[in-house]
Design a protein around this ligand. Structure first.
Ligand SMILES: *[C@@H]1O[C@H](CO)[C@@H](O)[C@H](O)[C@H]1NC(C)=O
Ligand SMILES: *[C@@H]1O[C@H](CO)[C@@H](O)[C@H](O)[C@H]1NC(C)=O
Ligand SMILES: *[C@@H]1O[C@H](CO)[C@@H](O)[C@H](O)[C@H]1NC(C)=O
Ligand SMILES: *[C@@H]1O[C@H](CO)[C@@H](O)[C@H](O)[C@H]1NC(C)=O
Ligand SMILES: *[C@@H]1O[C@H](CO)[C@@H](O)[C@H](O)[C@H]1NC(C)=O
Ligand SMILES: *[C@@H]1O[C@H](CO)[C@@H](O)[C@H](O)[C@H]1NC(C)=O
Ligand SMILES: *[C@@H]1O[C@H](CO)[C@@H](O)[C@H](O)[C@H]1NC(C)=O
Ligand SMILES: *[C@@H]1O[C@H](CO)[C@@H](O)[C@H](O)[C@H]1NC(C)=O
Length: 706
């Protein structure tokens, strides 16, 4: 059950966390009583830093006017193209709940084929990680989250994102809304300074993907005119809107942004609902349930149009915060959207009338039905969507006609296996497979009658092992699937994904070995595999390479990223501190045209970009980077060294924000009452033999070290 893949080194202590969103939620009350500013330091040495610690999310290069830029560095120079750039925003987020940054947006003086954003964020002090969304009017452009800061000189991170997909919006007057809900007080002092420049440039790219859409319609709460974020906070908000499409829309892709927050943040580690009450706590509380399955369902006029299985984003305070500094989790700085081809619906959507588009997020309740039944999630999901449309260019109110699509969704067949070795231990596994198909005939002015099909297959398994009445938890899960559209024999959108996640964590509260009110030992291995081919509206990473791939039959990209690391974290009344190590690889390849029909098994002929990087105790110990077959020189002028190299005063421990009552593992502790007053309250004591288990965990780690 416990699978440790490649890793070295043992882990250490960490600190607590809370991922906060625009949900008005006060963390102050149910938090542990940690005062991060009190000294003296109990044996932990503060690192001496002369420059801000640079945090990063590994990602592939973006095409700029001067060549290939990765994160914010130019790693390959090309002949410069003409360009136009300006500062999109430069704003500070202190007490910013309900107060997004808002400014008028005016377009560049002429049109350009490509655009990207360059973001720099700085922060000093102590702060939790936060979710942020950026909007042009009612359309979400970018969803990001923050790293946890340290005191002076603080942290900095950069991110570069290709935003060519939004060109129709960039060419119009609008308002820019950046919503980063933060709270500062005497303990949590970190203010996030967000500086974003927008760059347009004349680099032409002719690849397997269509040019930017002709129009983009929001599927959101439509609050841009009130200077607010238009995210739906589901299920409090009903996620429903109306859209009216141009009568000559010949192709449309709906994209969905979906992020579980608060009690839904760690949905992928939740228990089957039937087992949520397995451990008997004195206050009869239950562990987080609803299964470790979540499905976002999209409806057009009330009829199911597609499914999206969310990526399990682990934010920078997740599980144990030292897992994420300075190398943040997959997608933490750039959350991807899910795509559904809604072209089969155009016969209906092109009638010049309003149509409703709605979304819901479902979990599973297996308490009544043996195969489980879909049930609305109880907690907070931040949802928004948009429709990218390409037009025929033929004026008229109803150029495209067609029949009502037929749909076929598989029955819910959720299987749970349970092993109950002991009243304080639980072994379980869960599986579910889903398939969905929608098909219709639409009449296009040029092609005539075309049969349009959108088909999805999705599968997951999620195996869990819990000990010590839930505070020790091992999860080994895999979510995978594909979505494929066909317009007669030709290809539409073709996407595939695989999201394995495997973690073991142990929350000891209090920790008898150190007198800490909480100690967390954690290991995490997470992967993300994505194939993106055909009519995807977004940049896939192939753009900078197309020129050189020349005549090859390239269909899109295959991306595989793996993070593997471990950490220890502790908090007491005064401090939250820890250390850890994390290794990541990131590999982007071109896919060939044969892959379009089987996005779950892409053939991978060409390596485009590779990076393998490792940090131990916030110090970079490994960094290999390749662009195609060339090694990128890490000693080139201007190359940044991250971390604390050669700092003899730094012993590996650093400070973090405390873990919050709703974070992973803490929820197991909170099942017995949240540790708001940890000292002198034995109600939170883990009722097990900690000595034995400490030895066991050490053995476990030792056995699996490479
Ligand atoms: C992004 O902005 C940073 C900070 O201003 C700058 O150093 C960097 O060169 C920029 N990168 C790109 C690709 O524009
Ligand atoms: C951005 O704002 C910060 C204060 O938040 C300021 O110190 C900095 O100079 C500004 N940068 C630019 C380029 O205006
Ligand atoms: C929205 O913000 C702009 C400043 O960018 C301001 O001029 C306008 O009055 C605000 N509108 C509302 C409805 O608050
Ligand atoms: C956009 O706004 C600017 C200044 O606010 C104005 O001069 C311009 O005419 C507007 N453009 C359009 C297309 O409305
Ligand atoms: C629906 O799909 C299932 C499995 O994919 C298939 O067995 C069934 O025949 C389909 N039903 C219809 C009406 O097409
Ligand atoms: C799931 O759990 C059941 C009961 O413990 C067990 O028999 C079965 O082998 C497990 N399946 C997997 C795939 O682990
Ligand atoms: C824990 O606290 C007790 C009582 O204050 C003290 O005697 C003991 O030395 C402490 N243990 C550690 C490991 O700090
Ligand atoms: C990382 O820091 C911890 C805590 O000081 C220490 O035990 C460990 O040896 C360090 N790891 C390395 C490789 O230096």
């Amino acid at each position: 059950m416990l699978k440790w893949h490649s890793v070295a080194a043992v882990l250490l202590a960490a600190f607590s966390y809370a991922h906060q969103t625009g949900i008005a939620e006060n963390y102050g009350d149910d938090d542990t009583e940690v005062n991060l500013n009190l000294g003296p330091d109990d044996g932990h040495i503060d690192p001496i830093r002369h420059e801000p610690l640079e945090c990063l999310q590994v990602s592939h290069p973006v095409l700029t006017e001067d060549g290939l830029a990765r994160i914010n560095e130019l790693i390959e120079r090309h002949a410069s193209q003409s360009s136009y750039s300006f500062r999109l925003m430069n704003a500070s987020f202190g007490n910013s709940y309900g107060h997004p940054h808002v400014a008028p947006y005016t377009p560049p003086p002429r049109s350009f084929p490509r655009a990207y954003l360059n973001m720099t964020v700085t922060c000093q002090g102590h702060q939790f990680d936060r979710l942020a969304t950026m909007w042009l009017g009612d359309v979400e452009i970018f969803r990001t989250s923050t790293a946890e800061p340290i005191e002076n000189p603080g942290i900095v991170w950069h991110y570069t994102k290709d935003v060519t997909a939004f060109m129709p919006l960039w060419m119009r007057n609008s308002s820019l809304i950046f919503d980063l809900g933060n709270l500062v007080n005497e303990k949590y002092t970190g203010v996030f300074n967000v500086d974003i420049t927008l760059h347009f440039h004349d680099t032409e790219v002719n690849g397997p993907h269509p040019g930017p859409a002709h129009f983009i319609l929001p599927v959101s709460a439509g609050k841009g005119h009130k200077n607010e974020s238009s995210a739906f906070i589901y299920p409090g908000d009903k996620a429903v809107t109306t859209v009216k499409l141009p009568g000559d829309t010949k192709r449309a892709i709906l994209t969905i942004a979906a992020t579980g927050q608060a009690e839904e943040e760690f949905w992928w580690s939740n228990l089957p609902e039937s087992l949520a009450g397995y451990f008997k706590y004195s206050d009869n509380s239950r562990l987080p349930g609803g299964s470790s399955f979540r499905e976002v369902r999209v409806f057009i006029d009330g009829k199911l149009a597609g499914l999206a299985w969310p990526f399990p984003v682990i934010f920078t305070g997740g599980i144990a915060p030292p897992l994420h500094r300075p190398l943040v989790g997959l997608q933490a700085f750039d959350m991807r959207e899910y795509e559904v081809d809604i072209t089969p619906w155009l016969g209906i959507l092109c009638d010049g009338e309003d149509h409703t588009v709605s979304m819901e997020v479902q979990a599973i309740d297996d308490t009544e039905h043996p195969n489980g039944a879909l049930t609305q999630v109880k907690g907070h999901w931040v949802l928004s969507g948009k429709i990218f449309g390409w037009r025929e260019g033929v004026p008229g109110t109803r150029v495209i006609v067609g029949e009502e699509p037929t749909t076929n969704i598989s029955d819910v067949l959720y299987k749970v296996g349970v092993g109950r070795p002991d009243p304080t231990e639980l072994i379980y596994n869960q599986t579910i497979s889903r398939s969905f198909e929608v098909r219709s005939r639409i009449r296009l002015p040029v092609e005539g009658d075309v049969t349009v099909v959108w088909k999805q297959e999705l599968h997951m398994f999620n195996n869990g092992y819990m000990r010590h009445s839930g505070v020790w938890h091992d999860v080994d899960a895999d979510y995978s699937g594909y979505g494929l559209s066909k317009y007669d024999a030709s290809h539409g959108l073709s996407t595939g994904f695989r999201y394995p996640v495997s973690t073991t964590y142990w929350y000891k509260s209090p920790d008898p070995d150190t007198n800490a009110t909480l100690t967390v030992l954690a290991r995490l291995r997470q992967e993300m595999e994505l194939t993106n081919m055909g009519v995807t509206p977004f940049a896939t990473g192939i753009e900078p390479f197309l020129e050189r791939l020349g005549g090859r039959r390239v269909s899109g990209t295959h991306l595989r990223a793996v993070r593997d690391g471990q950490a220890q974290f502790s908090q007491d009344k005064k401090h939250s501190y820890g250390f850890g190590e994390m290794r990541q690889t990131y590999e982007l390849r071109a896919t060939d045209s044969e892959s379009v029909d089987k996005p779950w098994e892409p053939t991978r002929p060409d390596l485009l970009y590779f990076r393998g990087i490792k940090f131990v105790n916030e110090t970079k110990t490994e960094d290999k980077e390749m662009v195609r077959d060339h090694l990128v020189q890490s000693d080139r002028p201007g190359a940044k060294t991250n971390g604390n190299p050669g700092n003899p005063a730094f012993n590996g421990w650093d400070k973090f924000a405390p873990l919050h009552g709703k974070s992973l593992g803490m929820s197991r502790l909170c099942a017995k009452g949240c540790p708001s007053k940890p000292e002198g309250n034995n109600a939170h004591r883990v009722d097990v033999d900690l000595e034995d288990n400490a030895v066991e965990l050490q053995n476990l780690l030792a056995k699996n070290l490479v």
